[in-house]
Design a binder for this molecule. Structure first.
Ligand code: GUN
Length: 294
């Protein structure tokens, strides 16, 4: 069984990005600049955004963290997005999700200038990705594609089963894996909460991807022996033995499933670090485009 090391692959991508960023900054006279908007202070979002800002520092980007209280009005957030869209010093920005219920995620995403939408969530970027045109692909799916590529995992003609149809993981990942490219050319099945005979379907998967946000949902009997399993879940479970008071587990029951697989991603250290590497790649691409370098 191969343990797919997302942390190592992400570090390699970051090292390459750091060299390319130094070249960019030398020729343009300023570094790529990524901003993140964080509404409220939920633990997981704080952690993710802090990791994104720290990676900016490592690769040589400028970063800005813009914080708002949970009760910010939707209109105020939209005006901040207008401000960031118009800021010539800023190449890309993200609005960390989830947002409080009184704010429309769709309105927020659609307000972002697609040229600065380095999360790849804007309908224009999603549409371009579906049509296999150059675009910002959303960070988690793109990170998974980079991981598949780095490990030389064959996807052409394989049956990929994705658990979860979210706009930010399952749906875009299905598009990327089924398109005519390498990695790609897979036969993709998306399963969701209404899927019947789930185990029958998951047992057909050559590559099983779990992105449903239910801790240890995937059990041994759901996996075909020899399958490759990619676990996108990052679930916090209370654990008094940890200083933080919690530990992270995936959507896959790792203990049960890992002995069956030919390869599997761990949690943490699998898909998570790749999401951040992909976001950095998108940001450098945005900076180059806005500086007339590509
Ligand atoms: N929340 C969970 N994943 C993501 C992501 O990739 N981008 C943003 N903006 N929010 C998220």
């Amino acid at each position: 069984m191969i343990l797919i090391d997302g942390k190592k692959t992400s570090t390699e991508i970051q090292e390459k990005l750091a060299r390319e960023t130094a070249e960019f900054s030398n020729s343009v006279g300023k570094p790529p600049h990524l901003a993140a908007i964080l509404v409220g202070n939920s633990g997981p979002s704080e952690t993710y955004v802090a990791a994104k800002m720290e990676t900016c520092r490592k690769v040589g980007f400028k970063s800005s963290l813009i914080r708002f209280e949970t009760d910010i009005k939707e209109e105020e957030l939209l005006l901040e997005i207008d401000r960031l869209n118009a800021d010539p010093d800023l190449h890309g920005f993200i609005v960390q999700l989830p947002l409080p219920n009184h704010i429309s995620v769709e309105k927020v995403i659609e307000r972002i200038d697609p040229r600065k939408d380095v999360d790849g969530f804007h309908p224009l970027n999603m549409g371009k990705m579906a049509k296999n045109q150059p675009s910002f692909a959303s960070a988690t799916p793109w990170g998974i594609m980079r991981l598949i590529e780095a490990y030389g995992i064959e996807t052409a003609g394989k049956h990929v089963v994705i658990l979860g149809r979210s706009q930010i993981v399952g749906l875009p990942l299905a598009l990327l894996l089924s398109r005519n490219s390498n990695p790609g050319n897979a036969t993709v099945t998306i399963c969701h909460s209404r899927t019947q005979n789930l185990t029958e379907i998951t047992r057909q998967a050559d590559i099983l991807i779990a992105a449903i946000g239910i801790p240890e949902f995937v059990k041994a009997e759901m996996v075909k022996p020899g399958a490759i399993v990619i676990d996108v879940g990052i679930n916090r479970i209370p654990d008094e033995s940890k200083k933080s008071g919690f530990r992270l587990i995936g959507d896959v029951d790792f203990q049960q499933v890992s002995p069956l697989c030919s390869a599997i991603t761990p949690v943490p250290g699998g898909v998570g670090p790749m999401t951040i590497a992909a976001l950095m790649e998108n940001t450098l691409m945005a900076a180059r485009q806005q500086s007339g370098l590509s």
